[in-house]
Structures are given as structure tokens and as C-alpha cells.
Design a protein around this ligand. Structure first.
Ligand SMILES: [Zn+2]
Length: 280
């Protein structure tokens, strides 16, 4: 049975996920990885605030006539899903219905990662990323589910900051297997500085998080626990329920403590203005 995401047909759902779960967030290069690690090491153990942050989400829905509309119920449920994932770690998401934008633009609706449409839409629609998270939804191109900017990119390109989500991935959307709102948890994980758990494959550094077992490549679907594509350098199973893997939404249920520590270091390093705006 074929599988359709935003009018693009895939032979099977496997064919779709093999293209990368449709997450287009860029893989950092070795220079960026080293620079970021050095900076994290500098702040390690001395964060300004002990793990409590409220992040205001600005929903910006790009539509194409009848396509791409998100209901109030979906927004509320998306916030709930984010809080289920992050709140126990001290990060809470809120949103003010008065800030929701709905903009009809067929070209922006079909934006691709790194396209001029992305640039134009973000420049015109985005709010101040030092005071909240710009959460764009659109149709996207080529079966992508979403992408995010990394926190260390904020300083050099303020207008690009935020997450872009395929509109069918919000809770109750039409992206089968990916419509529980977990794509937003995953992309916001990138936005807060996390990499995929399979990043670096079986190389020594992996995702630079000590308690996520290295694995050779993504896990897909709803895998049962086991060695799967785990690496010989670890006796542990692949992290098949981790939000930063590529499994179906239903299977994504956890961050590790190491990931959370890394998130907090990067909030302190790169997104401390969110702490300031909350404090003021
Ligand atoms: Zn990703």
C-alpha cells in the first residue's frame, strides 16, 4: 500500500522513512562539533539557573487555500505532547492564542529546507527568537516532516531561528505513524542542541551524549528491544524509544539524563536570553 505525505507518494512507509524520517536538520561538521564541545565544557557544571524555563511558542501556520489549517485543539494538544516530554526536565512550553498567525501563501507552503521561500517567510513572519520559539507549520516539499536550527546558529542568523513542521505531524494530523506531535519534540530537541542518537554511527563520539548507546544508523517503525544496529563498542541495545532516533511517533518516549544535561548547557550558552525574558 502506498504512503502519501503532502501529495508525494512513496511505495511503502519504509521507503519514506529510509529517506531519513523526513528530518532535514543539517548534520554538523567536525569543526562545529569540536567548537560546540569546547564551549559546553567551559560552562559544564555552572549553569546560571537550576533547571526551570518556560518557553513561549509562537505558532505560525502557512496555508495554501484549504490546505495546512491547524485547529485550536491541535495546538493545545501539541503543547501537551511537548510538556509530556520536557516538563519533567524543567522545560515548559506555553502559548498565547492571541499570537497565532495564519498566512495563506502557496509558495511558502511548499518551502524546502534552505530555500528562498523559507528565508522570505521567516523574515516576514518570525517573532523575536530571544523571547520565544517560532514554530512554523507548512506543507513542505518532498515528504519532509520538519527541520530545526541549532542554538549556536542563533547569533549569526537571528531571522532563521526556529522549527518548521509539516502540518500533518501535529496531533491528529494526516501523517500516518507520525501524527502524535512527536516530530515537534524531536525538532525542538535539535533546536535545544541535540543531535540524532545515531549521529557519528559507531565512531568514538557518536552524538556526544554518554548515556545514549551508539548505533550504526537510525531505527525505523516500532522495533522490539534488542541489539538491532547497535555497535560492538557497546553492549547496550539501540535507544529505540529515544526522541532523537527515527522511530514512529508511538515509539518515541524518552530523553536520557545526558541529553538533558547537554540541553541545559546549551540554553545557558546560546539561549540564555530566554531565561532573561522569563526573569524580567
Ligand atoms: Zn532530526
Amino acid at each position: 500500500m502506498s504512503f502519501i505525505v503532502n501529495n508525494k507518494e512513496f511505495g511503502t512507509i519504509e521507503e519514506f522513512v529510509l529517506q531519513g524520517r523526513g528530518c532535514a536538520t543539517l548534520q554538523p561538521n567536525h569543526y562545529q562539533i569540536r567548537r560546540n564541545d569546547e564551549r559546553i565544557a567551559q560552562v559544564s557544571g555552572r549553569h546560571r539557573r537550576a533547571n526551570k524555563l518556560v518557553i513561549a511558542i509562537r505558532f505560525i501556520h502557512i496555508t495554501d487555500q484549504q490546505q495546512g489549517h491547524i485547529t485550536e485543539e491541535q495546538r493545545v494538544e501539541q503543547i501537551n505532547v511537548l510538556n509530556e516530554a520536557y516538563q519533567e526536565h524543567g522545560i515548559e512550553f506555553v502559548y498565547d492564542p492571541a499570537t497565532v498567525q495564519v498566512v495563506d501563501n502557496a509558495q511558502w507552503f511548499g518551502m524546502d529546507h534552505g530555500s528562498w521561500q523559507e528565508r522570505e517567510a521567516k523574515r516576514i513572519l518570525g517573532g523575536n527568537p530571544h523571547q520565544g520559539l517560532n514554530f512554523y507549520t507548512a506543507g513542505l516539499n518532498g515528504g519532509l516532516l520538519g527541520w530545526a536550527t541549532f542554538p549556536w546558529e542563533l547569533e549569526g542568523d537571528v531571522e532563521r531561528d526556529g522549527v518548521v513542521m509539516q502540518c500533518g505531524t501535529l496531533p491528529g494530523g494526516d501523517a500516518t505513524n507520525f501524527n502524535f506531535g512527536k516530530t515537534a519534540v524531536h525538532e525542538i530537541g535539535h533546536w535545544l542542541g541535540l543531535w540524532h542518537t545515531f549521529q557519528g554511527g559507531c565512531g568514538a563520539y557518536g552524538d556526544h551524549v554518554g548515556d545514549t548507546p551508539p548505533h550504526a544508523g537510525p531505527n525505523y517503525g516500532k522495533p522490539i528491544p534488542g541489539r538491532l544496529n547497535a555497535c560492538d563498542i557497546s553492549d547496550e541495545d539501540a535507544p529505540i524509544n529515544n526522541y532523537m532516533n527515527y522511530v514512529d511517533d508511538e515509539w518515541m518516549t524518552e530523553f536520557t539524563q545526558g541529553q538533558i544535561t547537554r540541553i541545559w548547557a546549551q540554553i545557558d550558552l546560546y539561549r540564555s536570553s530566554l531565561l532573561d525574558s522569563e526573569l524580567s
